[in-house]
Design a protein around this ligand. Structure first.
Ligand SMILES: Cc1cc2nc3c(=O)[nH]c(=O)nc-3n(C[C@H](O)[C@H](O)[C@H](O)COP(=O)(O)OP(=O)(O)OC[C@H]3O[C@@H](n4cnc5c(N)ncnc54)[C@H](O)[C@@H]3O)c2cc1C
Length: 379
């Protein structure tokens, strides 16, 4: 991808890589082992300014581009996909939704503290019975005078256990289907809003995913983001941006897996020579490298289109689908080429393999992305 970046972008990439090396890398192993959301990283991201990458300066942001957001996502994910997921929402989908659809008051109330790392933000669509089919969500919001009463449950919500504010999607009228879905900004501490189980996940051990419950949770009308009944549009617009970010997560992981494998196969000897000398191994490395490049190119195209103000939903879906499958396949080959040692926690490829599986599921599964892409071909 380097050859397609501007000098400014290359400088940014170099700076973020240095930040990751100095501030995050030394802690990654400990944070991943601990299996709790790495709160310490929040202040580091915020102090470096990365949470504000896409937000305008008047809210404390850097006013950067989607391409820079992608670059930062890749660089952070090279160290840890958990940390990239901690970075993704405040820098992207949460603040993007607020800035695009919020009132001035909502923007002022939430964007600066989220960018400053003083508030952790979550984005809650998924429910126990509504995953891929987000439009079938059943959390309800019932009007009561000027207020709304929210009832329902959300599940797998990134940072749900530590979040200070959640963008939660609920239906104001189930009979309207997708047209009843509305977005609400709900703050921690609001009576009736509680956290449930924190999932014990296969991967992303330095992040978290939790259940959220709303039981007669009363919020004022000012908690509505955008228009009543337009929530799904907000969710899908934000998720397009999120898919570019998750492509970056997958690419960062795949790059690290490839690099670790290049080093290992040059070093590890069997049959009297480095295993990297065997053609069977070289072809696997070549395939891994082609996939990483292709994933980079697809993601860069989606980001460039977003920066140019063009519709990019299908391109983001293609990038996310391919990058997720690339990460899974590259991590699988990486473990294979590390042999038995690759199956131990002494080797980073063991973590890459576990984390890569999750990327194929969140922010839309591979199957749903194929459906989105197929629909775009027919329209
Ligand atoms: C680590 C992690 C973090 C997450 N963070 C968040 C978050 O912050 N906010 C949030 O709202 N959600 C979050 N999620 C939820 C995630 O978005 C959902 O898990 C995902 O959308 C899939 O939904 P599901 O798990 O209910 O699976 P299901 O929708 O039940 O799917 C099960 C299987 O059926 C397949 N399938 C379903 N429908 C079709 C179809 N039409 N055609 C073909 N195959 C189909 C799926 O591809 C999948 O293989 C997170 C999940 C994880 C694992």
């Amino acid at each position: 991808m380097e050859s397609l970046l501007t000098d400014t972008e290359l400088g940014f990439k170099k700076d973020v890589r240095e930040f990751v090396k100095q501030e995050l890398m030394p802690h990654v192993d400990e944070w991943e082992r601990r299996k709790v959301y790495a709160r310490e990283s929040v202040k580091k991201f915020a102090d470096y300014g990365l949470f504000g990458i896409l937000s305008p300066p008047e809210y404390g942001g850097l006013g950067g581009t989607v391409t820079e957001y992608l670059i930062a996502s890749i660089e952070v994910a090279r160290a840890s996909v958990s940390l990239a997921s901690i970075f993704g929402s405040p820098a992207g989908i949460f603040t993007d939704a607020l800035l695009k659809f919020g009132t001035d008051e909502q923007k002022q109330r939430y964007v600066p503290p989220v960018i400053a790392g003083d508030m952790i933000a979550c984005f809650a669509v998924t429910e126990p019975a509504a995953g891929s089919d987000a439009a079938s969500l059943t959390t309800t919001a019932t009007r009561d005078g000027d207020d709304w009463i929210i009832n329902g449950a959300k599940t797998f919500i990134t940072a749900g256990d530590v979040g200070d504010v959640v963008l939660a999607f609920a239906t104001v009228d189930k009979s309207l289907g997708a047209k009843g879905i509305t977005a609400f900004v709900v703050e921690k501490g609001t009576p009736g809003f509680t956290v449930g189980k924190v999932e014990d996940l296969l991967g992303l051990h330095a992040s978290s995913a939790a259940e959220l419950f709303f039981r007669d949770c009363r919020v004022s009308g000012s908690a509505i983001l955008g228009e009543i009944g337009k929530g799904l549009r907000i969710a899908f617009a934000s998720l397009d941006l999120g898919r570019i970010h998750v492509s970056g997560q997958a690419i960062g992981l795949a790059e690290s897996a490839l690099e670790a494998t290049l080093i290992y196969t040059a070093d590890r000897e069997q049959f009297g020579r480095p295993i990297g000398d065997f053609q069977g191994v070289q072809w696997m490395l070549a395939d891994m490298s082609v996939m990483v490049d292709a994933a980079n190119l697809l993601a860069l195209r989606a980001a460039r289109m977003a920066d140019a103000g063009k519709p990019y939903a299908a391109e983001a879906a293609k990038a996310k689908l391919y990058a997720a499958e690339c990460a899974a396949e590259v991590a699988r080959k990486a473990v294979q080429l590390h042999g038995g040692y690759g199956c131990t926690t002494d080797m980073p490829v063991e973590r890459y393999y576990r984390d890569a599986k999750l990327i194929e599921i969140y922010e839309g599964t591979n199957e749903i992305h194929r459906a989105v892409i197929a629909r775009s071909l027919r329209s």
